[in-house]
Design a protein. Structure first.
Ligand SMILES: Cc1cc2nc3c(=O)[nH]c(=O)nc-3n(C[C@H](O)[C@H](O)[C@H](O)COP(=O)(O)OP(=O)(O)OC[C@H]3O[C@@H](n4cnc5c(N)ncnc54)[C@H](O)[C@@H]3O)c2cc1C
Length: 159
């Protein structure tokens, strides 16, 4: 990262940014080799010291079709947006906290893993991880996780 002064390296501080984000932009590769970026709700957990992001959605559609061809994905999320005005245009700035990273997607087929993933997502938004889900709904939903290989966090603090 060029701006080392803005890099967040403390694990707990990085996780706090994840917790504060409410939307994850997932980056896939489309049929023409271009980035296919889509916003998704998400949950997260640590497994053996490694960040795992959980997502859910319909079992058909472009993201699922692309994932069937290439499981590599990147992600970005951000929070804490604040426009800080100045008296001249060049004095305006923007405060933010963000994370970016990459990894490999896994799409579990068994209900227990899917329910676990859904509860990670629910915990992120409701702080509860003991939800039950109608079995028919669980079958109809695709749940997938991104096992993150590398990620970084950045904070632009403005007093
Ligand atoms: C804040 C937020 C949270 C969301 N959370 C979820 C979630 O948790 N799970 C989930 O499945 N979906 C979620 N969505 C919707 C998601 O972004 C996709 O629209 C959806 O998953 C369908 O993706 P797909 O690749 O199957 O698209 P398809 O339905 O196959 O459509 C493909 C085409 O539609 C267009 N398109 C697809 N998505 C969008 C979009 N979001 N905005 C504009 N154009 C689009 C693109 O041009 C794309 O090429 C969320 C959207 C937002 C804004």
């Amino acid at each position: 990262m060029r701006r080392k002064d803005r890099e967040v390296t403390d694990g707990a501080a990085m996780q706090k940014i994840l917790t504060e984000c409410d939307c994850c932009r997932l980056g896939l590769v489309d049929e023409e080799g271009l980035a296919y970026i889509l916003p998704l709700n998400f949950g997260w957990e640590e497994q053996d010291g490694r960040l795992v992001l959980w997502f859910h959605g319909a079992s058909a559609g472009k993201k699922i079709a692309l994932l069937q061809k290439n499981l590599l994905a990147s992600f970005e999320m951000d929070t804490g947006h604040r426009l800080v005005p100045g008296s001249k245009a060049e004095e305006y700035t923007f405060a933010y906290r963000s994370v970016m990273g990459r990894g490999r997607v896994e799409i579990p087929a068994d209900d227990a893993a899917k329910l676990h993933g859904l509860n990670c997502i629910m915990a992120h938004y409701t702080r509860r991880a003991d939800w039950t889900v109608d079995p028919a709904m669980l079958r109809a939903t695709t749940v997938f996780c991104l096992r993150v290989d590398a990620w970084t966090a950045k904070e632009h603090k403005v007093p």
